[in-house]
Structures are given as C-alpha cells and as structure tokens.
Write a protein that binds this ligand. Structure first.
Ligand code: PXL
Length: 276
C-alpha cells in the first residue's frame, strides 16, 4: 500500500520552511504527500525579512481537513504552524473526530511580526489543546524552554529534563532538538518516551541556524511513521536526512540559508547514546 503522509501547516512563500518543506520531505522519503493550509507567511524584504502573517478562515481549514480525510485513509499527521487560538481550536476539533496512529506536533511558537500578546494566547492554546493530542512532539530549545517552563536550557542534561517535563504534558514521545543552540561540536537531539532517554548526535554543520530544518525533521519523522517505522527508527532517519540537507543548504537573499534535499544524497550517519 502507498504510504500516505499528511500535514496541517502554514505556507512559507520562499519555499524553505512550512508546508513547502514538508511536502518535499514527504516526496524525498517515497511517500504520497498531502497538505492542509492554516496560514500564509510572506517574509518582508523591505522590513528585515520579518514575517507577514495571514491566518486562513477556520471554516476553510475545517473544509480542507474534511476533504483530505474523506479522500484518503489517513492515520498519521504532522501539525506545523497553526498561528492563532482559533486555528488551534478548529484543528484540534477536526483531529478529535477520528483515531490517529500518530500525531507529530512541531510546536512552532513565535513568528516575528505577530503581536506578543496574541503569541502568548497561541502558546497557551497549543499547550492546552494540541499537546494532549500529540503522540510525538519535536520542540527546539526555545520551544522546549517555553513548554517545560524552564528559565534556560544550555546543556544536554537540561534538554533531557525539558523532554521529561513535556512528556508529562501528554505526548508519548518527545524529541527535544539542541541544534546549534547548545555548545559543543555536535548537534544533539534528546529522545524521551517515558522510559528511555537517548541522545542522537551528528557533527554540527557551521554555527548558524538554517531555515526549514525543524519543519523537515518533523515531516521526515511523519513520513517514516507512515511507512511503518517505529518512532526511534523514524527519528534516526529524520536526523540523518536533515543533517544531509543542512550540508546541501541553498544560499539565498535572506540572512539565513535554507535546507535543501538533493535527490539521491546519502543520509549523514547519526550517533546514538543512552543517557542515565
Ligand atoms: O520554521 C518554522 C516555520 C513553520 N511554518 C511556517 C513558517 C516558519 C518560519 O518561518 O513561516 C509557515
């Protein structure tokens, strides 16, 4: 049977992040991809590439989810940028209408250009309504800090503590991404499933953040889960693919490069270490 990968996320008009990145990852991993749009982000070249953010009408989001789920037998979904409490409500309600084998949540929190007040409401709604539905959640350091309620995260041990706290909020699997935010030669992600704490590492590729890495990581996990992989194998594959894509990054006129998936490129080897 054809593995089906489904994402509910925003459009990022330059093609680096958002649903554009998700669909590329779905295709690269040999799955049939489909997507529901929640919002449209257009960077503003005249304003330091800040985010111009337009949410879609909640009914339009509900209609898309209805169409996708009626057309295909879906059991795995990735949730990317939602952006407003109203969007979170409609997505949570729609997801709650059926059984999902996996809901992979990339808890995209802040978006430059949004009002901080609105962003706080959105963070709270995400925590209250989406975290309990998620089976896998993939916060970066900033998101892990916010969701876990920690002052700072600057070591792998603190990242592991954040993963444990987030696990207690609902998701069966937490993958907290250290990326370039933690010191050291390697980019370390910490996996926690209530029993095992496992560090996945690969050598850092420079010290700058690359656009699209977080989106591609969660999308790759989703595609592997759609293919029947278990979560640990899916995370390993996703990290190898994303690290390769960071090596193969595309330079552009934004101040940051974007991840690029080159067809046929071999995944980077990932090291695994059980902690505690
Ligand atoms: O990388 C986070 C992200 C996700 N989704 C959309 C985005 C961004 C960042 O720009 O625009 C739509």
């Amino acid at each position: 049977m054809t593995p089906l990968s489904y994402v509910i996320a925003g459009s990022e008009a330059t093609g680096g992040a958002g649903i554009q990145a998700d669909l590329k990852a779905f295709q690269a991993l040999g799955t049939y991809g489909m997507g529901t749009l929640t919002c449209i982000v257009s960077f503003d070249p005249a304003n330091d590439w800040g985010h111009r953010f337009v949410p879609l009408d909640p009914q339009v989001i509900a209609d898309q989810i209805e169409a996708a789920t009626a057309c295909h037998d879906l059991d795995v979904v990735k949730i990317g940028m939602l952006g407003t409490p109203a969007t979170i409500d409609v997505v949570a309600d729609s997801l709650g209408r059926r059984q999902w084998r996996h809901v992979v949540l990339d808890p995209v929190l802040i978006c430059k250009g949004q009002e901080p007040g609105a962003a706080l409401d959105t963070d709270n709604a995400l925590k209250a309504r989406m975290l309990p539905l998620a089976t896998v959640v993939t916060p970066n350091v900033f998101e892990a800090r916010t969701l876990a309620g920690m002052e700072s995260i600057s070591t792998v041990a603190e990242l592991a503590e954040a993963a444990r706290r987030i696990h207690a909020l609902g998701p069966a699997y937490v993958v907290a991404k250290g990326g370039v935010e933690l010191p050291g030669a390697d980019a370390v992600d910490v996996f926690y499933d209530g029993e095992r704490t496992i560090a996945f590492s690969a050598p850092k590729v420079g010290d700058e953040r690359v656009s699209g890495a977080g989106c591609t990581f969660a999308a790759a996990i989703t595609a592997e889960l759609a293919k029947g992989a278990d979560v640990l194998d899916a995370v390993r594959t996703a990290k190898g693919l994303v690290t390769r894509g960071i090596h193969d990054r595309l330079a552009c006129h934004t101040p940051f490069d974007v991840l690029r998936l080159v067809p046929g490129a071999e995944a980077v080897a990932v090291t695994e270490l059980t902690l505690d």
